[in-house]
Ligand binder design. Structure first.
Ligand code: GLA
Length: 393
């Protein structure tokens, strides 16, 4: 017990030294850090509403930063300008215990080793483009085939691996804007694409993400966030007992390379029917490889509506995903295999996290029947997704 307390005190001291505190009267420190289970508390900085920033290493010779957004309830989200990456999302469980509910690392090195898009802003085109080819205005474009024969998540150096530029900030407002200019022909895509992603942590515990872009040539675009959630806050637990609802009567079945066949298939009577809550693990064995599918959201327009809801009964944490997008990719961490370890050395095994990536349907540039993912010059791409946390008893 004494040793635990001593270790905890040492952690407090080192955290206080390393954390970027602008406020020294930190009355929440004790409660947050003196807990015996210190696995994820290391992600917590201070609890004053607003935004803080610290240097976080370099990439491509550019300074990288880590920003921490804190709302009035002490919910905290850390985001790096490397890849527009959400590195932690600290939220209370039903007993008030704060832990990060996303996979992430405390240091940039963890990301430079290229984990599979942990928390990243994915672009220029999230998800797959068949055989890395598409034709637009009579011209055929060739992209990297970085996922077997297909193009995935923007190619070899997508938006998840570049350093974004942070906009002006107000220290008292938990909001961060990151911009990136993707030049004409970068990763083979046409047009200079000016992208801004704005993260806002609201006082009703929602992380709102606004995506904006403009281009000077017609281009496919499909920006998303690739956070891996484990609502228990501990990757020793799988996500298979979590209850999931997806407001989708149809999904897009895929071929063996995960490219949609083009059909919009009813979920009724299939393991894809999450229109009422089901545990993720209930029917996963019937889905070869696990879930990695796009769901066609039941929406008539592009208003911000509830797309999915996940509840972890043991921690009592609930995540709701709202979006203006037509689709959502539900991925159950099928390719995680224990080879990547958390900062605490725990292996990140298969099905220990899920992703809910709001998006246009995969391979839309080659599937005219799907809603278009082409941005034209003169148009503004804008969409919103919110990840909202709460608890049930
Ligand atoms: C997405 C894809 C998956 C996989 C992960 C990253 O969710 O749909 O197939 O590539 O990204 O590993």
């Amino acid at each position: 017990m004494k040793t635990v307390k001593l270790l905890a005190s040492a952690l407090v001291v080192s955290l206080l030294l390393s954390a970027c505190h602008t406020n020294t009267s930190d009355e929440t420190t004790k409660d947050d850090y003196m807990d015996e289970d210190t696995t994820t508390e290391a992600t917590t900085t201070n609890a004053t509403k607003g935004i803080t920033q610290k240097d976080w290493g370099t990439s491509d010779g550019k300074q990288v930063h880590l920003f921490t957004l804190t709302n009035a309830n002490g919910v905290q989200v850390s985001i790096s300008d490397y890849g527009g990456t959400i590195t932690s999302f600290v939220a209370p469980d039903k007993n008030g215990k704060k832990e990060s509910i996303v996979l992430g690392f405390n240091n940039l090195d963890g990301y430079l080793a290229h984990p599979p898009y942990f928390g990243a802003t994915v672009g220029r085109y999230g998800n797959r483009i068949a055989k890395g080819k598409f034709t637009l205005n009579g011209q055929t474009y060739t992209l990297a085939t970085n996922d077997g024969q297909n193009h995935l998540h923007g190619g070899n150096k997508g938006f998840d691996k570049v350093v974004w530029t942070a906009g002006n900030m107000d220290a008292n407002n938990p909001q961060l804007s990151l911009s990136y200019l993707s030049k004409d022909n970068e990763e083979g895509y046409p047009g200079n694409l000016n992208t801004t992603v704005t993260f806002t942590l609201t006082d009703d515990n929602a992380l709102r993400i606004d995506y904006h872009a403009t281009t000077d040539k017609a281009t496919p675009i499909n920006l998303t966030n690739h956070s891996y959630f484990n609502l228990s806050g501990d990757v020793s637990n799988t996500i298979l007992n979590d209850w999931l609802m997806i407001d989708a009567d149809r999904y897009t079945p895929v071929d063996s390379t995960l490219i949609p066949t083009g059909q919009l298939k009813p979920v009724t009577g299939t393991p894809f029917d999450f229109t009422t809550p089901h545990q993720i693990g209930e029917r996963i064995a019937q889905v070869p490889g696990g879930y990695d599918h796009n769901f066609v959201l039941n929406k008539k327009d592009s208003s911000l509506t509830l797309a999915a809801e996940v509840t972890d009964s043991s921690s009592g944490r609930k995540l709701q995903v709202y979006t203006t997008q037509p689709g959502i990719q539900f991925y159950t961490g099928n390719f995680l295999n224990g080879s990547i370890k958390t900062d605490e050395g725990k292996p990140i095994n298969q099905h220990t996290a899920f992703c809910l990536e709001t998006q246009h349907f995969p391979n839309s540039p080659n599937t005219p029947a799907f809603p278009t993912s082409i941005l034209q010059p003169g148009q503004t791409y804008h969409y919103v997704t919110e990840y909202k946390v709460s608890t049930i008893k």
